[in-house]
Design a protein around this ligand. Sequence first.
Ligand SMILES: [Zn+2]
Ligand SMILES: [Zn+2]
Length: 357
Amino acid sequence: MSTGRTRALRLTRWGGPPALTEAARPVPAGEEVLIEVEAAGLCRSDLHVIDAREGDLPYRLPFTLGHEVAGRVVERGPTATGPAVGERVVVYGPWGCGRCARCAAGAENYCDRRTALDADGVGTGAGLGRDGGMADLMLVPSGRLLVPVGDLAAAQAAPLSDAGLTAYHAVSSVRPALGDDPSASVVVLGVGGLGHLAVQILRATTSAQVLAVDVREEALVLADECGAHFATLLRPDTAAVLRGRTGGVGAAAVLDFVGSDSSLELAVGVLRANGELAVVGSGGGELRVRKPGVLPPGTRVSLPFWGTLPELEAVVTLARKGSLRVRVAEFPLSGAAEAIARLRSDAVRGRAVLVPD
Ligand SMILES: [Zn+2]
Ligand SMILES: [Zn+2]
């Protein structure tokens, strides 16, 4: 793919479907870096983008989908920094202004100018209003957004940039409540694309007891394979069962990867006083914050979004050490439509990853 044309899965009109189109090979200008894509993850937020109606999202069309991307640097703009040509990398997906205090600290997910970037229709990330990586080639705005992955398999590396990073960031947000106390418990609600990674990250970076809940039997098997100490189906008595596993005191932290009314209700039912509730899933559930109210005294609630560059480096390190393994289902880039259809009908086991063919 060193010359000629490149294929890209582009959203050309609101309401989709996206189309695999051909374009000329991009040429990196300024500090841009051109990546030959080796793998691009497909996740439910892509479905939200594909299904959005005109006006739902602050993005301008057309753009190439794909915010979880791994590949190899093939060309650098004249002022590019970061990894050299030939290096294998994963792309940090949330793209902020690159200049504010948050961006300077590597937290472009919380860029102070995010609202302004949205208002300008600039887009705030790879595949999110700006050209992403479901393509043969991808132009990345700056080398600062690239993290080297060494010889990590591309299909493993790509999902780290969202599924892995978001799970890691969520774990970071509750880590203070867990401390080094091996009797502390953490509940993971939803053992899917993010949850199965959160279980592994918790086992690798904390000493807490990991209790997992899902509505699907096969997710409990996955939780077990990922190192959860206990996994159970969601039932009317699940809060009591989980409390029993914590010696009656409740969980120091809950990571809710679902975010529905029922998952939030369970979270409230198992939290220990002075605990942490991180709502990661966008399931549309609502939680009433009132004092006094349903939440135990001292509860801290967070709404973690994606993650930071230093955290992506930490996630890649965990994966390279073998402490983090993503369950993936590979599809060829030319079969993107089928991958999207299968994700939509819940028929993908693991993270769907598109590989240029
Ligand atoms: Zn995603
Ligand atoms: Zn910024």
